[in-house]
Design a protein around this ligand. Structure first.
Ligand code: PLP
Length: 393
């Protein structure tokens, strides 16, 4: 039987047994509406209060700074549109973001451009680190918001968040960071981080899809995105998704408690990187050290990432070419292009994203099947033939 290795954890993660167990009480008995004025409602409300308090403890912030949403995308939309609309009332109509953001951020910024906001898309260096000089020049007294991701979902680069926050605040702008890929990979200490808003998503953390969260620092006021009932302190309407909120709290507690174990994940990541980059005409995408513990993104020249994925899938290995949300598109990754990788090389990149669940045997298996796939595809490539012939001369 073919072995199965799931190495696409940046796209989504399996829901953990502990999370399923924590959620089951909400389906079996605590199924009330948290807004109801009776025992069944109070029971559900108590579960949400407890979940919020536990997440606040895990991130060292105040429980009333946390708002549940239906996804990371919703949290990103709310932070950006809510801050833009609120700051517009103060005469600030400019937003600064980076060229390598997730589409949940980029497309939100584009939507605001259509409403009259101006947006500056700051570039990154060859490793995907935001250009701080360019950022400093971009932020002005007219800037409402700086929105820069904590860590990139494709190449895993971790951004210098503290410096970015300082630059935003020096001009009185708000700073929002999309931490969807960073939570569980970096210790998030909101008592120290100078961010005004931070988003996350449950399904990257072994909680289900369809639950996200936005942290809004005390004193920061943004407009609502979803109006409705009085839920979430009247800031986000909609009956609360009690089971998923309970599951998210469990997943965050586990993820934060596992931070000390990440060295093991890094060791496996580095083994993959070191072996895969021994393949001729291959290159690591992203930063060699400032990168997510489980992210490997390697480009192989003269072949297509999609073809590698197909062969990997047949061998039982799940990987990705980058962002799952745009993988249906044949355009090369906007992230790789922003780091200066040329079009033709950007097409040959794949991402392997591993976690504490990935074993040494899984790494061995990837290293057993992937190099022959690259070789096989190159042997079918006319471009590769040209290189071989040139090298023979
Ligand atoms: N931001 C980043 C960096 C992501 O990687 C993702 C998902 O891939 C999202 C936002 C969107 O999160 P969700 O899938 O919960 O909408």
């Amino acid at each position: 039987m073919t072995k199965f290795v799931y190495a696409d954890n940046a796209a989504t993660t399996p829901v953990s047994r502990e999370v399923i167990d924590a959620m089951s009480v909400c389906f079996e008995s605590a199924w009330g509406n948290p807004s109801s004025q009776h025992g069944k409602g109070y029971e559900a409300k108590a579960l949400i209060d407890d979940a919020r308090a536990r997440i606040a403890r895990a991130f060292r912030c105040n429980a009333n700074e946390l708002y549940f949403t239906a996804s990371g995308t919703e949290a990103d939309n709310w932070a950006i549109k809510g801050a833009a609309m609120r700051m517009k009332k103060k005469g600030r109509t400019h937003i600064v973001t980076s060229k390598i953001e997730h589409h949940a951020v980029l497309h939100t910024c584009e939507a605001l451009e259509k409403q009259g906001f101006t947006v500056t898309y700051v570039g990154v260096d060859e490793y995907g680190i935001v250009d701080l000089d360019e950022l400093r020049d971009a932020v002005t007294e007219n800037t409402a918001l700086v929105a820069i991701m904590f860590a990139n979902n494709e190449i895993g680069t971790i951004e210098p968040i503290e410096q970015i926050a300082e630059i935003a605040h020096a001009k009185g702008a708000l700073f929002f960071t999309d931490a969807v890929q960073a939570v569980g990979a970096v210790d998030i200490d909101l008592s120290q981080l100078k961010v005004d808003m931070l988003s996350l998503s449950g399904h990257k953390l072994h909680a289900p899809k369809g639950i996200g969260m936005l942290y809004i620092r005390k004193g920061v006021v943004i407009d609502n995105l979803i109006d409705g009932g009085g839920q979430e302190k009247r800031k986000r309407g909609g009956t609360e998704n009690v089971p998923y909120i309970v599951g998210l709290a469990k997943a965050i507690e586990i993820a934060q408690s596992r931070i000390p174990e990440l060295d093991e994940v890094r060791r496996k990541r580095d083994r993959l990187i070191s072996e895969l980059t021994k393949i001729p005409y291959s290159k690591l995408n992203g930063h060699p050290t400032c990168r997510l513990p489980g992210n490997v993104n390697v480009g192989f020249e003269f072949i297509e990432g999609e073809s590698i994925l197909m062969w990997l899938d047949m061998a039982g290995v799940c990987a990705s070419t980058g962002s799952a949300c745009s993988s249906a598109s044949l355009d090369p990754s906007h992230v790789l292009l922003a780091t200066g990788v040329p079009h033709e090389k950007a097409h040959g990149s794949i991402r392997l994203s591993i976690t504490h669940e990935t074993t040494d045997e899984d790494i061995d298996y990837i290293l057993e099947v992937l190099p022959p796939i690259v070789e096989r595809l190159r042997n079918m490539s006319p471009l590769w033939e040209e290189i071989v012939n040139k090298n023979r001369q």
